[in-house]
Design a protein around this ligand. Structure first.
Ligand SMILES: [Fe+2]
Ligand SMILES: [Fe+2]
Length: 372
């Protein structure tokens, strides 16, 4: 089935073409890689996995409660708008908000694939090109996984949100080689990683849990890559060059906080204009979403600080957003946890399969015994 049949709002039938900017760079230095970068590349190769095999696609998903979480997590829960809704509309709210969220993950993963391919082309050093090539493959697997999840399990999809599209456009349309890193590895991936993390930790359903945990295991490497490359490069920028990067970060962060809000879901389920406005006010005021939005910065703020974009101006912007204390988060600890959670999930699943096999064997033996 064509994904276009699943889109709630018609998406452009043609491809979206972003004009390429900048040069593709070859290097003839094949030796001389940075040890840390090559170690990360090795890890990228070692840790490839196949979503067709590692994920248990037979698990069922209830499209009306994809994550298995209570209604308290819905922005409008408990408002007069929610109270006025009949059960059918509430079901639509549950389905559409999950479909919207996972659709943006999917389009974001395609964006990440294209950005990392662009990094392969444009970054000057061979060790970074090698690493970015493994990331391109990782992102392809992520896009494949989310696409399958939406198509087979949710059954509904949303086109890319216009603000996410604008951010991708300004990231890809820039000729400076570090901009795909900054826009994609630091901002978009940082945001996505935090959102995946909240969902991985609150979902009670095994299939989304597997997907989110395994994808996050790869993303930890991607963030490490961005930090490594940019920390080295940004040390030598002029003040004017650093200011431009900071402007981009500040603008991108405001955009992601204030505008990636899924207004289109409320319009699509057929709420009246006034009800859509009421829903958007609830989205602004919901305590759960306020917490969620500040958590979204848990990966970005420490990363921006780490790569050396940390002027008083940037700190002031984060203070205004109420997320400055996220700078104290340890990225290394968070990423170690991401790895451990995925490994533990594997262990638990394999232990369960092992126990089932043992039980089957015991049953077969017992059956054999009865026949004697
Ligand atoms: Fe990804
Ligand atoms: Fe990634």
């Amino acid at each position: 089935m064509s994904t276009h049949d699943l889109y709630t709002i018609p998406a452009e039938l043609s491809t979206w073409n972003v004009e390429m900017a900048g040069s593709s760079r070859f290097t003839w230095e094949y030796d001389d890689g940075r040890d840390r970068m090559l170690a990360l590349y090795q890890k990228g190769k070692d840790k490839q996995w196949d979503s067709a095999k590692r994920i248990d696609w037979d698990l069922e998903v209830d499209p009306y409660n994809v994550l298995g979480i209570p209604d308290q997590t819905i922005a409008i829960y408990g408002t007069p708008l929610w109270d006025r809704m009949d059960e059918k509309t509430r079901q639509d709210v549950r389905l559409h908000s999950a479909a919207w969220q996972f659709s943006q993950f999917l389009h974001g993963e395609q964006g990440a694939m294209i950005c990392s391919a662009k990094i392969v082309e444009s970054v000057p050093d061979l060790d970074s090109k090698f690493y970015a090539a493994t990331q391109t493959m990782d992102e392809a697997r992520h896009a494949e996984t989310y696409a399958r999840f939406l198509q087979e399990k949710v059954g509904l999809a949303y086109p890319i949100n216009e603000h996410l599209k604008a951010l991708l456009d300004s990231t890809l349309g820039d000729s400076r080689w570090d901009m795909p890193y900054l826009g994609m590895q630091v901002l978009i991936e940082g945001l996505a990683l935090a959102a995946f993390g909240v969902m991985r930790d609150i979902t009670t359903k095994p299939l989304p849990k597997q997907i989110l945990a395994y994808v996050m295991q790869d993303e930890a490497r991607h963030v490490a890559f961005g930090r490594m490359a940019l920390r080295d490069y940004y040390q030598n920028l002029t003040e004017a060059e650093r200011n431009e990067r900071e402007d981009f970060v500040i603008e991108g962060c405001y955009l992601m906080r204030d505008r990636l809000r899924g207004r289109e879901t409320w319009e699509t389920i057929g709420l009246s204009k006034a009800d859509v406005e009421e829903a958007m006010v609830a989205v602004d005021q919901s305590e759960y979403l306020k917490l969620f939005r500040s958590l979204l910065f848990s990966r970005i703020v420490p990363c921006v600080k780490d790569i050396g974009l940390w002027s008083p101006r940037l700190q002031q912007a984060y203070a205004d957003m109420g997320v400055l204390d996220m700078a104290g988060q340890s990225l290394d600890t968070l990423m170690r946890q991401d790895e451990e959670i995925a490994d533990k999930l594997d262990e638990a699943r394999f232990a369960e399969e092992e126990a089932e096999r043992h039980a089957e064997v015991a049953e077969t033996i017992a059956l054999g015994g009865e026949q004697d």
